[in-house]
Design a protein around this ligand. Structure first.
Ligand code: F6R
Length: 652
């Protein structure tokens, strides 16, 4: 039987005509929820569940924001409330119609592509005839169609179009048989295919939340007389910093006293305990109007903290976190960087530096392309994945594939306890702190910094002409945070330009060498934040086609390399500016302090502090981030939660 996926016509907001609605294919079914999940159990009468869950959802809203819901245990029954739209809608509804005080609750904030963002499809979903069970879910149940067919045939009625509701009914039926939620969860997960985090409560088991995870994030927070679950630690950071990392294919049962963990087969397991090093204030806006603005201003810290502790008293690089032997690292013949979006641009930037310092060939592949391209990698290939969240499914799949092919894998990651570092041979953490705004800013700078540290470490390890330069480059890198600080202090003109340009329909970005990924990152920021057509090009490529786009008044940002760059690169980009200016482009030129060659050809010069050419991206990207932030603001758009996006892309 064909099971229709309700599709929504882009822009029109109207459903497609029925004849165009099709049965799901394996591919379309992969599209599902990428969501934020919270669970809480406190002592019997603590009455805090609703507040804790709503606070957690507010901190996780960046993961998805097209509907939200909560379920609370109230005496001998379960209360649920769910609303389409942002969390504010749910809050307003609860304010108008208050929910009972409770000590046990779960909550969910959703990013949907499958089963539209309606009240009905919002989580939690109820299971069983009497709705005594409530369930929330992040991920995809790939075999939901077959399971649903069986449930429909046995007379179960569905109230939503989600795959999640199937699990709610299965779990309720299993509970009726075994009388224990943990046992029931164990019985059900073995029959599910796909990636999922599930949290459930049952009216007959107050003081208990049961969770399960496979290829989808879930962490435990340990408080005093209260225990928490969250998609990441932000969910409970306002209450405790003591966290437990769960392994793959595990079930966790939380009570006010703590957490019990087993594998899916019932074998007892231990979570890895760790202390979260940042506090609740780091996940707040700190006086800025948006998280993005705050995170742009966090960038000096992000770079500084990522550099901390990387050298010994002799100034030699030490990477304690790397669990790959020096001998293995010396044997590397090739590096492949796998990442997506902004993280991939960090990888492209790092390629220039790592190749220059180590002479090891570096290839940068979009993770989703790498995974399905029959890649040529083996025991002497080092696959470096870059991911802020550590949960991006495309990147995770690329890493797993690389390991299957025998490659060494290192994860450059910002999130402790996340899946990609766990699935890699080694990890190099960036220390940018929590990044909440959906558009990545400080993580980008931290990723470039960490990759540079890795490149310098490899250069030092393998000897060669740049081995001795590692210390001087580290010193220059150490000066970058102060330069970013100074640069942020002179962004007023960029702010003004963004306001003037609020009606602009298209912006182009040009760069060469390390300025090329910066140009692409500038374009990406503008697309995702201001919904403006934007393209980043290698400036040398202009005359091979894109120059045809230049017409009078077309705004073009040009990232100019330092006059100290090798091979006369600076002069070549100055010529590129002249070429587009001659055709009427409005040129917005990002150039080093003191670079006067650009002045005659620039409508605007945006100055950045001088630094070594390879380090310039850490500065040149900042005005582009600021420009996108203020243009989006000038258009009245939601800077932190742009349309159609979510922070962690946990589906392929
Ligand atoms: C853009 C942006 C995305 C992410 C990409 C990878 O502003 O944030 O392009 O960079 O989705 O995400 P992570 O780094 O979490 O793997």
């Amino acid at each position: 039987m064909a099971y229709p996926i309700p599709l929504v016509a882009a822009g029109a907001g109207e459903p497609w005509p029925p004849e165009l609605v099709r049965a799901p294919t394996a591919r379309s079914r992969r599209l599902a929820d990428m969501c934020g999940i919270v669970g809480y159990v406190g002592r019997a009468a603590d009455g805090k569940a609703l507040d804790v869950v709503l606070e957690g959802l507010a901190r996780l809203e960046y993961r998805g924001y097209d509907s939200a819901g909560v379920a609370l245990l109230d005496g001998d029954h379960v209360e649920t409330r769910k609303k389409s739209g942002k969390l504010a809608n749910l809050r307003a509804d609860i304010e108008a119609h208050p929910l009972p005080a409770s000590a046990t609750g779960i909550g969910h904030t959703r990013w949907a592509t499958h089963g539209g963002p309606t009240d009905e499809n919002a989580h939690p979903h109820r299971g069983g005839e009497d709705g005594r069970l409530a369930l929330i879910h992040n991920g995809i149940i790939e075999n939901f169609h077959a399971l649903k067919g069986e449930l429909l045939a046995s007379g179960v009625r569905f109230t939503s179009e989600t795959d999640t509701e199937v699990v709610a009914h299965l779990l309720a039926a299993a509970y009726d048989e075994v009388g224990d939620l943990t046992e029931a969860m164990r019985g059900v997960v073995s029959g599910l295919a796909g990636a999922f985090t599930l949290l459930a409560i049952h009216a007959d088991q107050p003081g208990v939340v049961v969770g399960a995870r496979r290829n989808s994030p879930l962490v435990v927070g340990l408080g005093d007389g209260a225990t928490y679950l969250g998609s990441d630690v932000a969910a409970f950071i306002g209450h405790t910093r003591r966290a437990l990392e769960l392994g793959q294919d595990q079930i966790v049962t939380i009570t006010p006293e703590g957490a019990t963990i087993t594998d899916f087969d019932g074998t007892p397991a231990q979570g890895r305990a760790y202390e979260v090093t940042w506090d609740a204030a780091a996940a707040e806006k700190g006086g800025y109007a948006t998280f993005m603005e705050k995170e742009i201003h966090d960038q000096p810290h992000a770079v500084r903290d990522t550099l901390l502790g990387r050298t010994d008293s002799d100034g030699r690089l030490v990477l304690d976190e790397l669990r790959i032997s020096e001998e293995q690292l010396r044997s590397i013949e090739r590096i492949v960087v796998v990442a997506c979006g902004t993280a991939a641009y960090a990888g492209m930037t790092a390629k220039y530096a790592i190749e220059h310092w180590t002479r090891i060939p570096v290839e940068v592949a979009l993770a989703h392309e790498f995974r399905y391209s029959d890649p040529v990698v083996g025991a002497r290939t080092l696959v470096v994945s870059i991911s802020q969240s550590g949960e991006t499914m495309d990147t995770l799949m690329a890493v797993k594939h690389a390991r299957e092919l025998g490659a060494m894998t290192i994860s450059v990651c910002n999130t402790h306890g996340s899946t990609i570092p766990r699935e890699s041979d080694a990890v190099l953490y960036t220390h940018a702190g929590p990044e909440i705004a959906v558009a990545s800013t400080k993580a980008f700078l931290a990723q470039i910094t960490a990759c540079y540290v890795l490149g310098l470490y490899l250069a030092q390890l393998r000897g060669g002409s740049y081995a001795d330069d590692a210390q001087s480059v580290m010193k220059e890198l150490g000066e970058v945070p102060d330069k970013i600080e100074a640069l942020l202090g002179r962004m007023d003109r960029v702010h003004e330009i963004a306001r003037f340009m609020a009606d602009t329909r298209s912006v182009l970005f040009l760069g060469r060498h390390v300025g090329y990924p910066v140009a692409m990152e500038g374009a990406l920021k503008l697309k995702e934040l201001a919904y403006i057509h934007a393209e980043g090009f290698a400036a040398g490529e202009l005359k091979h086609g894109p120059i045809a786009l230049i017409e009078p008044g077309q705004p073009v940002f040009v990232v100019v390399p330092s006059p100290t760059s090798e091979h006369g690169l600076h002069g070549k980009v100055v010529s590129n500016i002249q070429e587009i200016r001659a055709r009427g482009a409005r040129t917005l030129v990002i150039a080093e302090d003191g670079d006067d060659d650009v002045v005659p050809f620039a409508d605007e010069v945006i100055r950045i502090p001088a630094t070594a050419p390879l380090l310039a991206p850490l500065l040149a990207v900042v005005p582009l981030q600021v420009f996108a932030l203020w243009l989006s603001t000038a258009k009245g758009l939601d800077v932190d939660q742009p349309r159609n996006l979510a922070k962690s892309v946990t589906v392929e």
